[in-house]
Design a protein around this ligand. Structure first.
Ligand code: FAD
Length: 496
């Protein structure tokens, strides 16, 4: 029996949309994109909290083949990203393949038919030759199990489930969390709230954000002479690459430069915050790069406001009227904002149950062995499967770098399948093992293993303490290998 579809893509964020565009280009147009939300855009559909914006300049945080000359700022607000996602979906005609409100529960490889059987929550299956999961890294919201949280008498908002129009005016608010999302949100909450307490477990490295509105004349220039925007993208991408390579990957070799970046961030903090004790509490005690650093000009200064307070005591439990700290104080609040991020490793690797050849369960394989994926995209025993949010797949600082490298990998792989007249592929054990050895060796020089990351609580690390999220190579290397990996790294045709 032939499968119903050429491919099923799970997730309609920028990753799933990039994969869909590439499937069309490769002539595999009979595909479905299954999305559990009610619309497309992934991160940029789900997150709508005040202050949401990209923290990678928009000339870089976008598809290189679909520049948007109309970004209103250097760092566009979230709503523009959502609008951009819709524009791309319409222009590349991928929206009609999307099925919203469709949660994929799992997928099982059928060895005889050589296709995937994809199960959908609520019943129903679809069959497809290829399976691509683009379920995101930051897509499964996390709420720490604070005892008593259900008894809280006020309003609770998670940053991934913001109530549009929620009025913070005159409220006594607590924000729990000081990650990249909180850095954007906190200045906005402080503008409205009567009192704001920020609960911090781990301080974050924050560097100044060189942001500004993009004048209409420049937008027109970008539109009329696209090469100007391409040049801006090149310069910005180069700077990000330098930050990544220097700040994170080659920590061992360039400690002096690394120290310079840390000094810049500390100077920013010291120049922004008046109170010495608050300054000290906001100073990270782990190396820059252990955890995703972020950009802001407003976050630190917010703590100078009289109605804003930083709280570093551990949360013990929640009571109807507020939060009780480990030292027994009750902080009275009426609004609790959870900027507690995402469950990365438990809920996302993989986000659905995936059973490959010989009944191998991907989640179990990763946990029983090490987290691994050849070039961050394919895994032995999982034929015709591209796992776009894999260990070692995240390349560089802008996620579009990863998306486009993976699109290139698809191009080379499916091109070879067509040339051979085959429909099935699987990465070899040897190629996968060699890639894992290589990335493991490279990580040795990174800040993750050579730096001091013990107190960072960083999602870059999995529960085994391995920094298995980021690909520890330059993005140039990732893109070169995506178009030049050895074709012998895959087996083609029916796999015994
Ligand atoms: C607040 C925030 C700001 C960010 N800012 C930046 C930034 O400035 N720069 C940057 O590089 N990155 C940023 N990121 C990371 C961002 O997630 C990526 O850049 C990118 O949007 C990821 O795209 P994706 O398609 O891989 O995943 P997502 O956008 O997360 O999309 C995954 C989709 O899969 C769907 N899905 C998951 N499980 C299932 C299932 N079982 N069945 C059906 N559908 C499912 C989800 O509903 C979601 O729509 C940010 C993330 C967040 C949360």
């Amino acid at each position: 029996m032939a499968p119903r579809y050429d491919a099923v893509v799970v997730g309609a964020g920028f990753g799933g949309m990039g994969a869909a565009i590439q499937l069309d280009r490769l002539g595999l147009s009979n595909y479905l994109v299954l999305e559990r939300e009610d619309d497309l855009g992934g991160t940029w559909h789900v997150n709508r909290y005040p202050g949401l914006a990209v923290d990678i300049a928009s000339v870089t945080y976008s598809y290189s083949f679909e520049p948007n000359p109309h970004w209103s700022r250097l760092f566009a607000p979230g709503a523009e990203l959502k609008a951009y996602a819709e524009h791309v979906a319409d222009k590349y005609d991928v929206r009609r393949r999307m099925r919203f409100g469709t949660t994929v529960e799992g997928a099982r490889w059928d060895d005889d038919g050589e296709y995937w059987i994809v199960s959908i929550a609520g019943g129903g299956v679809v069959t497809s030759r290829y399976l691509l999961t683009a379920t995101g890294f930051l897509s499964q919201p996390y709420t720490p199990p604070f005892p008593g949280i259900d008894s809280f008498a006020g309003d609770i908002l998670h940053t991934t489930a913001w109530q549009d129009g929620f009025d913070l005016a005159d409220r006594r608010v607590a924000v729990i969390g000081t990650g990249a999302t909180a850095v954007q949100l906190i200045p906005e909450v402080a503008r409205k709230a009567r009192a704001l307490t920020v609960f911090q477990r781990t301080p974050i490295w924050v560097v100044p954000k060189i942001d500004a509105a993009i004048p209409e004349s420049v937008q027109r220039l970008f539109e009329l002479v696209p090469a100007t925007q391409q040049a801006a993208r090149l310069v910005n991408t180069g700077l990000l690459e330098a930050l990544m390579v220097v700040g994170v990957l080659h920590f061992k070799q360039v400690k002096m430069l690394h120290a310079g970046v840390s000094m810049l961030a500390k100077a920013h903090l010291w120049a922004s915050v008046r109170d010495r004790r608050t300054r000290e509490q906001l100073t990270p005690d782990y190396d820059f790069g252990c955890k995703r650093p972020t950009f802001s000009n407003r976050y630190f200064a917010t703590f100078n406001q009289r109605h804003v307070r930083l709280e570093t005591e551990r949360i013990d439990h929640v009571v109807p009227e507020g939060i009780v700290t480990a030292d027994g104080r009750t902080i009275a609040i009426d609004t609790l904002i959870l900027a507690t991020g995402f469950d990365l490793w438990d809920a996302n690797f993989p986000a659905i149950e995936i059973i490959g050849r010989d009944g191998v369960n991907l989640g179990k394989f990763w946990r029983d062995n090490r987290f691994q994926a050849y070039e961050g995209i394919t895994v032995p025993k999982f034929p015709n499967f591209l796992s776009l949010n894999s260990p070692y797949s995240y390349s560089g600082l802008s996620y579009f770098t990863t998306i486009e490298a993976q699109m290139k990998h698809m191009g080379r792989l499916f091109g070879e399948l067509r040339r051979r007249g085959e429909t099935t592929f699987e990465v070899t054990e040897q190629a996968n093992a060699a890639f894992l050895d290589r990335v493991t060796a490279k990580l040795g020089s990174s800040v993750f293993y050579d730096g001091d990351c013990a107190t960072a609580h960083s999602y870059y690390f999995n529960p085994h303490g391995e920094a298995a999220l980021l690909r520890p190579t330059s993005t140039i290397n990732a893109h070169r290998e995506a178009v030049a990996f050895s074709l012998d790294d895959y087996a083609y045709g029916k796999i015994a």
